[in-house]
Ligand binder design. Structure first.
Ligand SMILES: [Zn+2]
Length: 345
């Protein structure tokens, strides 16, 4: 049995990560690579990573910036122009592990996303045939939809029909925020899974307005009511195979966050594993952290569990106040504060 102050687990992976490119990539990647061995890399660059050649070039840029031993697991960006042949090439190349569906105009760099999933049915059929997972940003788009209802409406209108049409397709509903999503995934069978972020486990929507507007806590999908946050914590801490770690760490320059029209996205890589450990500790579920962080993701993606093990110790670790990236700075989640758990070096 693990002691209350120390926990040794298989090295974890991050199953949802934004690294961006250039100076930002070089600035943020070390924070991920110091605790996670692998990460599913999101393809929403500008322009987006829509084919295997662009993906191979982006992977090379990541590997050049990465310390030895870190493995980027690449994804393609799905558009209405994606062809089944692209899927066949992605499945054969060995480094593409999923294809990301952004409903058009829902989040950062989603303008090239899919407005009508009917237009991608041939591509989804190819993904099902090649057993390449579909990774979903689960929000319904539309100016008339209340932002706090977008995930629930997406599940009802898009995901449930898609699940029925492609029963063999592996689907990850990314960064879930509601009890509706947790309940849906818990009952959707072994080919459906969800990632859960540290910030959606840490914060309800109250945290966006805590003493004033808090731009560095603003992300999409939005954090929800406290009852939903509790449901997410229960799902993560259950140890159930269909829930696993995905930080959705998404850096933006400080001036783009502290703005009259601030960007959505939380840079949580420096604090993520410490936050997850604290959530599991509060739930009395530390013995299930390994399943969530290190076992369930590889099982779903059909990859080996990392052989290396790490030891988490219950000792405070400071989170940097800000991180320099080229001429900009990026403010981390809990920047200037601390987390209660750290990896023993
Ligand atoms: Zn994301």
């Amino acid at each position: 049995m693990p002691s209350a102050h120390e926990l040794t687990i298989a090295a974890p992976d991050d199953w949802h990560l934004h690294l961006r490119d250039g100076d930002t990539l070089r600035a943020v990647l070390p924070f991920t690579a110091r605790v996670f061995r692998r990460a599913i890399i999101m393809p929403n660059l500008d322009p987006p990573v829509t084919d295997v050649a662009l993906c191979a070039a982006y992977r090379e840029r990541i590997l050049r910036a990465a310390p030895p031993g870190f493995e980027p697991l690449m994804t393609l960006y799905l558009t209405e122009q994606t062809r089944p042949g692209t899927i066949a090439g992605a499945a054969a190349c060995g480094f593409v592990h999923g294809v990301k569906l952004y409903p058009k105009d829902t989040t950062t760099h989603s303008a090239a996303g899919v407005g009508d999933t009917g237009k991608i049915s041939g591509v989804l059929e190819a993904m099902q045939r090649h057993d390449l997972p579909l990774l979903v940003h689960g929000e319904a788009a539309g100016a008339g939809i209340d932002p706090f209802d977008r995930e629930k409406i997406f599940i009802e209108r898009t995901l449930i029909p898609l699940r029925a049409d492609f029963p063999e397709l592996r689907i990850v509903l990314e960064h879930i925020t509601t009890s509706d999503a947790a309940d849906y995934i818990a009952g959707a069978g072994e080919r459906s899974a969800a990632t859960i972020t540290p910030h959606h486990l840490l914060y309800s929507r109250n945290a966006l307005f805590d003493g004033g507007l808090r731009p560095h806590r603003y992300c999409l999908p939005l954090p929800q009511r406290e009852a939903h946050r509790r449901a997410l914590a229960a799902a993560a801490c259950s140890g159930a195979a269909s829930f696993f770690l995905g930080t959705d760490s998404a850096p933006h320059a400080r001036h783009d966050k502290e703005s009259a029209c601030g960007c959505a996205g939380v840079f949580n890589a420096p604090a993520a594993l410490g936050i997850y450990a604290a959530i599991f500790e509060q739930a009395g579920a530390l013995e299930r952290l390994e399943a969530f962080a290190s076992l369930n993701g590889p099982r779903f993606y059909r990859l080996p569990v990392n052989r290396e093990r790490i030891t988490l110790v219950r000792e405070a670790e400071a989170v940097p106040r800000c991180v320099a990236a080229g001429g900009d700075e990026i403010v981390p989640l809990l920047g200037g504060g601390e987390v209660a758990w750290r990896v023993r070096r």
